[in-house]
Design a binder for this molecule. Structure first.
Ligand SMILES: C[S@@+](CC[C@H](N)C(=O)[O-])C[C@H]1O[C@@H](n2cnc3c(N)ncnc32)[C@H](O)[C@@H]1O
Length: 306
């Protein structure tokens, strides 16, 4: 599988740095602060740009360029190598001049190539049906009442969380419906576009609530805090220490942290990842339960060690 994306382990960031990047991303996403122009002369490479002369505050523009250049990662396009800040499904890059001499910032959707792309179409069938029925019922019981909660579903994949509420037969009948009062309560993130495409096919109403990005590239730009952090069926294995610092910044201190990780004997590298990342000391703690090849943890964020 060529060019499979992996999180960049060297990006170890402090809370202040994450905060600075988050503020920069908020700025770049704000149409009044950073107005975008479509690059009409390059239709074969669709992207937008924002010009310093359209910004009210040139110092803010320079600071934005500095953040892109300092915290960006290399992205290769045609013959070029562009230091790009990847955030919330987009990537931002400059042409490499110093912040003071830079006049424009480019932006385009960031396309990941991930190991899950190849299995996405058959994922539900191969991985969830029928093996997990018993685990599904148990996991659903472990979730708090989500009606009024804000939930970040890390590695939401094909929408397993919603599967639990729409297709399971529990007790004497099928349980239908969404677990939330409003879609805005939910954020699902996943770097695999192909997995999200399956999600969209099943739960179109929530498509707007998914973002095609990794947890490392996710920056929540409002001040709302999550009540519940999920990383189900192995997605917990991809949470790095830096991700955990970020999660602490965007979730309530006592947020529920409910994740499953691959057992070390399992082989996530079949899906392109040579090593599962392990948030803090998570694996040093006894899991709440083992389910097949997975370790299930139900804890609060306070219980997760750094
Ligand atoms: C085993 S699947 C689990 C999907 C879903 N949670 C479920 O229960 O069916 C793991 C998911 O994690 C996603 N993933 C991998 N690395 C990730 C990262 N760094 N941040 C967020 N999601 C990631 C994959 O694309 C994949 O969809």
């Amino acid at each position: 599988m060529p060019n499979v994306w992996k999180p960049v382990p060297h990006l170890a960031l402090s809370p202040d740095e994450i905060q600075r990047i988050t503020e920069t991303v908020a700025r770049l996403e704000h149409p009044d602060i950073a107005p975008r122009v479509f690059a009409r002369t390059m239709p074969d490479a669709p992207h937008w740009y924002t010009l310093v002369r359209h910004w009210d505050d040139p110092a803010l523009f320079r600071d934005t360029v500095e953040v892109i250049q300092q915290y960006g990662e290399p992205v290769y396009y045609k013959r070029g190598r562009y230091t790009s800040l990847i955030a919330n499904g987009y990537r931002y890059w400059t042409m490499g001049a110093s912040p003071a001499s830079t006049i424009l910032i480019n932006v385009c959707p960031h396309i990941y190539s991930t190991a899950y792309d190849a299995v996405a179409e058959n994922y539900d069938h191969v991985y969830h049906k029928p093996h997990h029925q018993e685990g599904d019922v148990w996991i659903k019981d472990q979730l708090p009442d989500l009606k009024d909660k804000r939930v970040l579903d890390i590695g939401c994949g094909t929408g397993y969380l919603f599967d639990l509420f729409t297709s399971l037969r529990i007790g004497n009948g099928a349980v239908h419906g969404y677990p939330f009062r409003k879609p805005e309560q939910y954020t699902g993130i996943d770097p695999s576009y192909a997995m999200l495409k399956q999600f969209a096919g099943k739960y179109g109403y929530y498509t707007d609530r998914t973002i095609n990005c990794s947890i490392g590239h996710y920056y929540r730009t409002d001040n709302l805090k999550y009540d519940v952090i999920l990383g189900l069926w192995g997605a917990g294995s991809y949470i790095t220490e830096t991700d955990l610092i970020k999660i602490r910044l965007i979730a309530k201190e006592d947020a529920d942290f409910i994740v499953t990780a691959f057992k070390k004997t399992n082989k996530p590298h079949v899906l392109g990842f040579t090593e599962p990342y392990v948030a803090g000391g998570l694996y040093n703690l006894p899991p709440t339960r083992e389910i097949g090849t997975h370790l299930f943890y139900k804890m609060t964020l306070q219980d997760v060690q750094d």
